[in-house]
Ligand binder design. Structure first.
Ligand SMILES: C[S@@+](CC[C@H](N)C(=O)[O-])C[C@H]1O[C@@H](n2cnc3c(N)ncnc32)[C@H](O)[C@@H]1O
Length: 283
């Protein structure tokens, strides 16, 4: 067995195929699992199922875990490890209590956060249907938008979280934000959009699928992957809600989607190996 795997140089290294080395994975610079645990850093995710028992990690808090709708800091940490390098500019158009800003600062990335209702001294008050940044100037975007009108973030009428996810207007307004994200991203760069579905008054609304469709079909993002993030800390994760879910035969939301997509870089992949058709086989 390669020495790196023996030493568990990356978490989940045991999942690597036998005989493979870390050189081939490109993860050779990453810290060992033991080192990460000692520093209370998140695990480097290698699958599309992410599950976090708490909102933050490390000595300094990231964002405010009392803020309703705060993002798990682990998600942003994982995204910037994969898609940015130190010094890169990360933007969060709905930054709320500033989780993205705090994670980026600790990891040596530059960050700008906007929100109609800032809950962090460095978050700038702004309606992100217009983002005051130049075209193609940003290296990564992370956004955790409202999923409908289930949470009351503020009294600001520009808050998209005041619109029901059952109405088309909700998606039209998010589309304006999505267009801005596309515009400010550099070609080939990545965006992560965290979004959850809705089940209200016996009606299911697949908010995640609708936002996915809007991003890919209307805006023109290219899909990278779809991650499921477990919803452990939501307000309905209580005995009484689990009881109701059984008694009235419905499901509590167990996960959110992290939609990973990129702005196309215009480079077409042209295969040099065009298979030759043996027409004789079809005669
Ligand atoms: C799920 S929370 C974001 C949480 C944040 N990532 C954090 O960790 O604290 C959604 C945020 O979207 C903001 N928001 C809603 N409509 C907006 C708009 N038009 N422009 C900017 N922010 C908006 C809300 O104020 C709220 O803070």
């Amino acid at each position: 067995m390669p020495k790196e795997i023996k030493d568990k140089k990356v978490n989940q290294a045991s999942l690597l195929p036998l005989g493979s080395t870390l050189k081939k994975t490109g993860l050779e610079g990453k810290k060992t699992l033991a080192e990460n645990l000692k520093e209370d850093k998140p695990p480097f995710e290698t699958t599309t199922l992410w599950d976090y028992p708490k909102q933050s990690y490390g000595k300094k808090p990231k964002g405010n875990n009392k803020f309703q709708g705060v993002t798990p800091a682990f998600i942003i940490w994982n995204m910037i490890q994969r898609y940015t390098k130190p010094g890169d500019l990360v933007v969060d158009p709905m930054a709320g209590s500033g989780t993205t800003i705090d994670v980026c600062e600790e990891e040596g990335r530059r960050a700008i956060g906007y929100d109609v209702n800032p809950q962090h001294p460095k978050v700038i008050k702004n309606d992100s249907r217009k983002i005051p940044l130049k075209d193609a100037s940003v290296d990564m975007v992370f956004i955790d938008s409202p999923y409908g009108d289930n949470v009351s973030y503020s009294d600001d009428p520009r808050d998209i979280g005041k619109i029901s996810a059952e109405s088309q207007r909700f998606y039209n307004e998010l589309e304006k934000v999505a267009y801005e994200i596309y515009r400010i991203l550099k070609p080939g760069k990545v965006m992560g959009w965290l979004i959850g579905d809705q089940w209200v008054k016996r009606k299911f609304t697949p908010v995640g699928f609708k936002v996915y469709e809007m991003l890919m079909d209307k805006i023109g993002f290219e899909p990278i992957d779809l991650v499921c993030v477990t919803r452990r800390n939501q307000s309905s994760n209580t005995g009484v809600w689990h009881y109701r879910a059984k008694k009235f035969n419905f499901f509590l939301r167990g996960f959110k989607y992290l939609i990973l997509a990129k702005k196309p870089d215009g480079k077409k992949i042209i295969s040099k190996r065009v298979p030759k058709i043996n027409w004789k086989r079809y005669k």
